[in-house]
Design a protein around this ligand. Sequence first.
Ligand code: SF4
Length: 475
Amino acid sequence: MTVDIHAPYKTRVKQALGDRHLGVALTRGTDRLVNGRLQAMTAVDGEKLRDQVRQMKEHTLRHLPAYLEQLETNLKANGVVVHWAKDGADAARIVGEIGLQNGVESVVKAKSMATEEIHLNHALEEVGMKVVETDLGEYIIQINDETPSHIVAPVIHKRLEDIAQIFQEKMDMPPTLDPEALCSAARVRLRKDFFGAQMGISGCNFAIAESGTICIVTNEGNGRMVASMPRIYVVLMGIEKVVPSVEDGLLQLQALTRSATGQQLSVYCSMTSGPRQPGHPDGPEQMHVVLMDNGRTRIIERGYGEALLCIRCGACLNVCPVYQEIGGHTYGSTYSGPIGAVISPLLAPELVHAKELPHATTLCGACRIACPVKIDLPRLLVDLRADLVNEKASPKAEQWAIQGFVKAMQSRDLYEQGGKLASLGSNVLAGLSGGNIKFMPPPLNGWTQHRNFPPFAKKSFREWWRERQELRNRD
Ligand code: SF4
């Protein structure tokens, strides 16, 4: 991985922009997903579908406590053990305890952003369990010791050539660019892990309150095996994943698969309503559902509830001109792209912990147009920028610049003096550069690293206007 996720934000951006292979992989991956979504959404009345999903998600969020209680009641009635986790540490502890109490040594996992959000693999490995990712993309990044860089396409930052190289190095495979051969090699290894695991863990695309049913969507069938082969099945879900009815779930499913991968329907859609019952030929002996808050209530309280309408399709990432250039790792958080730039600072204990992200956007609005739930991401990003300033979490230089600008705009004298000073300074720098300014001192040098800056006019508009009026009066 060329982007060091622990490096400062600006360093990560430089690393990403300097990686030619990353650029190629991102262009290939996002182009394919964008075109697929456009075709799939235009094959139906896409606008109507978006409006319906938005209405359903808004309704659910307005009545969230009631639907969560209904979900809990029906899950319990189906024989599921329900746990409530206030934060990530709590959720990881609960899952770890389920494993330890049942003597679990080996775990298989389906792709889940909620488990990534709380670094669950690490927590389980710390208490001695072996955790294997079974989604092919997640498997590749796990064996290469990386993290996912996209909500639905975790390995979008790699070209086929890079993946082949990883299989050669980590799995002793002969060199090949044949995707089928690569998939088969992973399948053979994973099959052994499925048979050996005592516990399966997945996230949840949506949970149906009226029936106590968990739905996971995959294209590889691994989700179904995770949910049914080991003797214990654990689901970790954010509390916003509940939907009222089966019809609502199927409505969300249509918008999700069309927006995520351009499919009318994913290859597998697995619905699980409880553990194995007497007389059932298979299925897990125990099923647990962990309902996790981990900052979601805080998001609603801060007035950003709209962000919780997200169905994690990744469409906003694919169309974002910033994401297309820098990829997911540069964001330095589990969630990337426009939705990541909104929820990562909000999920953190303080906004300041991801203060760069609301600025990692051009506010072009492409994400709002692509979003199947019509989330107004640009407005949320602007609101977050305002909150960062109000909470004094933005960089000091930016705070001082804005305070100085506000003062200057409130005083005619200050404004004129400031203008003269800027004109003088910029013309001195332009003289040194022999035309347009090629170098500015910090903190303004970021601009001139990539482009020139035209010097201010020697005379301000006011001076020019005054002189013009004086000349006219004389005539
Ligand atoms: S914000 Fe919208 S487009 Fe982005 S991942 Fe969520 S649902 Fe998809």
